[in-house]
Design a protein around this ligand. Structure first.
Ligand SMILES: Cc1ncc(COP(=O)(O)O)c(C=O)c1O
Length: 468
């Protein structure tokens, strides 16, 4: 997909995210910490996560889930770690009483190293390796979400053979054929998707028949996830209806009754004034009420309900701080302001045309009278953070705060151009704690190996042209 520059235009931020304010000194404050001071102390680019915002989102989510679904059979509020996972985050999620969904051996390792209870972990992923499955089994994760029949066979083969050992609990990932109005790359519940079993031609039904009959795994039910950054509740209702209709079909045709239904995550957030997301209460109640109504209509027992929100819990809590470098005016076209980060710490504009807003942290009290294109430092023309940021006049050395970067930024960071990954700090009540240290150049080359035969290799002086 080509992203036009027009599509990514943004306006002046309507309001600062929760936990942020402008101090008397005109600086932006995050969780009570001066953003300019944070940039000075920890360097830039810097991911700053507001711990209070993370915790209050977790609490609102857990309360919404409790409020809208009966205590029996109950509902589980999970956090989808793919949005942002480091050990401190895993610990926070456990302290707040949420479950965790992981999609890789690396996420599993992060959770276990932080002491996260394995029984509260759901292991997702569309092509888990045998090594990842072995690790999940050894750790004793609560559920595997099985994406395909090859994976089912692998889990069966690798499941412990002792009679006394509990069978691994699994959910089958279903694509319910729901079109959520989001970017194509964030839509995962449509028929044409790499994820899960399609309902077409009885494929999901056959998978359910096969899993229910397995003596090596315990099928608990079905999972779906229709997409991300969803700003309306109707797709969630439709997905819940399709999942219950599928559960009824499986019961009628195979005799297996699902005891758990996982509806995934997807709830959108307000990146700009144009985004109007539902409240978490509205989103959860739309799903939960649909499950209850459909259970009644179809004569199914109420399943245990699982949610897996990611973005909703972390997006607003995150801010990325950058230092402004070169400022380049192209007469009649636009003014580029380059920062010391870019697509290596936030690839979302390049990936989806995502829109962000920024605040000049040093002079956050000044009127936004200019429009800048905020460019990254990587060697790609598409390495942009914001195409149209309304800001006060910028100068070299300023600290720029890009807002609402808490979801799928740190998690999607790369080493393109061998750029070291930034540090992450948690801020709360004016205190800042480093939770991920900044990578060094030594880290960048830590895994490189120069084979012995190349170490003493001949040098072609004629070609290099650099010899003096
Ligand atoms: C299976 C599953 N669950 C939950 C999520 C979290 O989605 P979101 O961050 O939009 O809430 C995702 C995101 O891709 C997912 O694939």
């Amino acid at each position: 997909m080509t992203v036009s520059k027009k599509e990514t235009a943004t306006d002046q931020p309507s309001a600062l995210p929760p936990g942020q304010h402008v101090g008397q000194d005109g600086h932006l404050y995050l969780g009570g910490c001066d953003a300019v001071g944070l940039a000075r102390e920890f360097g830039t680019p810097l991911y700053v996560m507001d711990e209070e915002v993370l915790r209050s989102r977790c609490r609102e989510y857990v309360q919404a889930v409790r409020r809208h679904y009966p205590a029996r059979p109950g509902a589980i509020a999970c956090y989808a770690g793919k949005a942002f996972l480091v050990m401190a985050m895993a610990r926070l999620i456990d302290q707040e009483g949420l479950g965790l969904d992981v999609v890789s051996g690396g996420e599993l390792q992060t959770a276990l190293a932080a002491g996260f209870p394995p029984e509260n972990i759901t292991f997702h992923g569309s092509n888990k390796t045998p090594e990842e499955i072995r690790r999940g089994l050894e750790a004793g994760v609560g559920h595997f979400v099985v994406d395909n029949l090859e994976e089912l066979a692998l889990i069966e083969e690798m499941a412990p053979r002792r009679r006394s050992a509990p069978r691994p609990r699994i959910l089958l990932r279903i694509t319910p054929g729901v079109q959520a109005h989001t970017h194509d790359y964030m839509a995962t519940g449509v028929e044409d998707s790499k994820f899960g079993f399609t309902l077409r031609e009885g494929i999901a039904l056959e998978a359910a028949r096969r899993a229910a009959a397995s003596r090596r795994v315990a099928l608990a039910g079905f999972a779906c996830h229709i997409g991300s950054q969803i700003l309306e509740v109707e797709p969630a209702r439709l997905a819940a209806t399709r999942m219950m209709e599928f559960a009824a079909e499986v019961r009628d045709k195979t005799g297996f009754t699902a005891s758990e239904i996982d509806l995934g995550g997807g709830m959108g957030v307000r990146y700009t004034a144009e985004d109007v997301p539902p409240t978490i209460d509205e989103y959860v109640s739309a799903s939960a009420d649909t499950i209850k109504a459909q259970a009644k209509r179809l004569g199914l027992p109420l399943p245990k309900l699982i949610f897996e929100m990611g973005r909703y819990l972390t997006a607003d809590a995150g801010t990325t701080l950058y230092t402004v470098g070169g400022i380049k005016r192209i007469p009649g076209i636009r003014t580029y302001a380059s920062v010391d980060g870019g697509m290596t710490d936030n690839p979302r504009l390049a990936l989806y045309g995502a829109i962000y807003e920024a605040v000049l942290a040093d002079r956050a009290n000044r009127a936004a009278t200019r429009v800048y294109a905020i460019a990254g430092r990587n060697c790609e023309s598409g390495d942009m953070l914001i195409w149209r940021a309304k800001l006060p006049a910028l100068k070299d050395g300023d600290t720029l705060a890009v807002l609402r970067t808490g979801a799928y930024n740190y998690a999607m960071a790369s080493h393109y151009n061998r750029v070291p990954n930034p540090a992450v700090v948690f801020v709360r009540n004016g205190q800042a704690d480093l939770v991920v240290r900044r990578e060094t150049y030594a880290d960048v080359i830590a895994n490189d190996i120069l084979p012995e035969r190349m170490q003493a290799g001949e040098r072609n002086e004629a070609v290099s042209g650099h010899s003096s």
